[in-house]
Design a protein around this ligand. Structure first.
Ligand SMILES: Nc1ncnc2c1ncn2[C@@H]1O[C@H](COP(=O)(O)OP(=O)(O)O)[C@@H](O)[C@H]1O
Ligand SMILES: [Mg+2]
Length: 257
């Protein structure tokens, strides 16, 4: 998918529009690093790209657990409750990202997406019913225009996480998570990028796939008069979605865990 700098008035409507790019993969694969750099690179090329994080709160609960003398979020809440909480928090984070995107017209460079939750459920040994329920809840969210799977050797990821120093993952979990991403039905649609190289090499691979900068694709120009209507629409969508979803989602997920 090619993208090019700021829209030019005399150009025809673009053939495709880049709206959302997701970076997914196991912990330590470099998602956060690459998503930040990619958003900066696209912004430097004149595109309205912004880094957005779709976190599930596992790290926050991990820190809380350590403070309270527990090993991690699983030890604090129990495996099933932690998965439920993670699924809920990530769902809300993705909703917030997409609503922001619909208001601002930005290109959202997303650090994790729905598929990360399916992989997490599998890697943490959740029952198939839990993934089915999660998929039901997350199907509200559109498929990103591009999903990059940062494929990394679990041993490389392990070393990076240890060097990062603020969390810890077991090798067995990193292997299980790798297998989970590979087994997802969405895997065939991923753009798999070798993430074992240097940050510069990985970034080059991402930019090469997006063909930045290139003239074929232009983000849709915003019509100035439509800004107020867009805000009102987004507010309406937010209130209605949150109200309807909060009860439905809690029910759906709780049933499955
Ligand atoms: N390609 C790379 N080579 C070496 N170190 C990397 C690379 N990408 C990221 N890192 C470092 O590895 C650690 C994990 O990267 P991070 O982006 O946080 O991964 P993730 O978000 O997928 O968990 C960070 O300390 C980061 O600085
Ligand atoms: Mg990260």
């Amino acid at each position: 998918m090619a993208v090019s700098p700021h829209p030019v008035r005399h150009r025809r409507r673009p053939r495709t529009r880049l709206r959302t790019v997701a970076l997914v993969g196991i912990d330590g694969s470099g998602k956060t690093t690459q998503a930040h750099v990619l958003a900066d690179s696209l912004a430097a090329a004149g595109l309205p790209a912004i880094y957005r994080r779709n976190a599930g709160g596992r790290r926050w609960f991990g820190r809380l657990a350590t403070t309270l003398g527990r090993a991690d979020g699983d030890a604090l809440l129990g495996r099933r409750l932690m998965l439920l909480v993670e699924s809920l928090l990530r769902w809300l984070a993705i909703l917030r990202t997409l609503l922001r995107r619909s208001v601002t017209g930005e290109i959202a460079i997303m650090d994790r997406y729905a598929v990360c939750q399916y992989a997490s459920l599998r890697a943490h040994g959740a029952r198939p019913a839990a993934e089915r329920r999660a998929r039901l809840a997350y199907r509200l969210f559109p498929k990103p225009d591009v999903t990059f799977l940062l494929a990394v050797d679990p041993a490389v990821a392990y070393d990076r996480i240890e060097r990062r120093g603020y969390d810890h993952e077991e090798m067995s979990y990193l292997r299980a998570a790798t297998a989970a991403y590979e087994a997802l039905p969405e895997h065939a649609g991923f753009v798999v990028v070798d993430a074992n190289g240097t940050p510069e090499q990985v970034q080059q691979a991402l930019l090469a796939h997006l063909q930045v900068p290139a003239p074929a694709v232009v983000p849709a120009p915003r019509r100035p008069g439509s800004l107020l209507a867009t805000h009102a629409r987004a507010l309406l969508v937010t209130v209605a979605t949150l109200a309807a979803a909060a009860s439905a989602l809690t029910y759906q997920l709780a049933e499955g865990f």
